[in-house]
Design a protein around this ligand. Structure first.
Ligand code: MF3
Ligand code: CO
Length: 256
């Protein structure tokens, strides 16, 4: 189970999280029609190196995956939910929405961030999907306070998403983070008895990351072994912050 971090440890994570948020922000400034996903990844790798960190996704071996994840940045376009690949021939085009997800190891601590952004002009539905997902994350983070329960966060995120007519992905969830890229507990974005509804303690560090589909919640994995897509081909958005549980709510560590 994620161990509550000391305030000194949280300050190191805040430093890493600040660097990571800055890097993602620079990448987002590059997003426009015609940009290649590999270019974006290479920029992330260069910036992380300059800061003395290590891209934690690159070479990551998930229990269920046949191959390690090949790059620093996950780039998930349109119906891709998460873990899309930053390949040389993938070019962003006007009207796409693109999820950018990145993990950093810095001074022995891990942080994790994701945002979904528009490429050029996107549909009204795409705009709404991104706005609702970001808002749901923000509301969930406010619920991550000492003395609350893990599923209080999930309930808040799920209700915000479903009242807007969208659905929460179920096969993938958030996680504890800090000493490792993934720590217990799993941090779901929907209510279910499958998860341990632990009591949140001050200093627990969590990656909260709603993945929201415009259509049904079901997803599947492409033959590349990594890319997760919506089963019905509908659009999907993903926002993530690393937070520390505080007295009044989650303290966002991955912030500019
Ligand atoms: N934000 C996701 C996660 O940690 C991305 C993982 S990508 C991987 O949970 F490459 F590291 F697997
Ligand atoms: Co994560």
């Amino acid at each position: 189970m994620v161990k509550p971090k000391t305030s000194a440890e949280i300050e190191i994570m805040r430093e890493g999280g600040h660097i990571l948020a800055g890097i993602l922000n620079l990448v987002i400034k590059k997003i426009k029609p015609g940009v290649g996903t590999k270019e974006l990844n290479d920029l992330v790798e260069k910036l992380i190196k300059e800061k003395g960190g290590r891209p934690s996704f690159k070479g990551y071996k998930a229990a269920w995956a046949e191959h390690v994840y090949p790059s620093a940045l996950c780039v998930s376009v349109n119906d891709e939910v998460v873990h899309g690949l930053a390949e040389p021939n993938r070019i962003l085009k006007n009207g796409d929405i693109v999820g950018l997800d990145c993990g950093l190891e810095y001074k022995d601590f891990y942080t994790d961030i994701a945002r979904t952004v528009a490429v050029g002009r996107v549909s009204k539905e795409a705009k709404k999907l991104m706005a609702v997902t970001e808002e749901a994350l923000g509301r969930g983070i406010k619920k991550a306070k000492a003395g609350s329960r893990l599923l209080d966060v999930a309930k808040e995120i799920q209700s915000q998403v479903e009242k807007n007519g969208f659905s929460i992905v179920r096969q993938l969830v958030g996680h504890g983070v800090g000493y490792q890229a993934h720590e217990e507990p799993q941090v779901p974005n929907y209510i279910s008895n499958d998860f341990k509804n632990i009591k949140l303690e001050k200093g627990m560090t969590l990656a909260i990351e709603p993945m929201v589909n415009a259509g049904s919640w079901e997803v599947e994995t492409l033959d590349d072994g990594w890319t997760i897509v919506t089963r019905d081909g509908s659009l999907s958005a993903h926002f993530e912050h690393t937070i520390a549980v505080g007295e009044k709510g989650g303290d966002i560590l991955t912030i500019l």
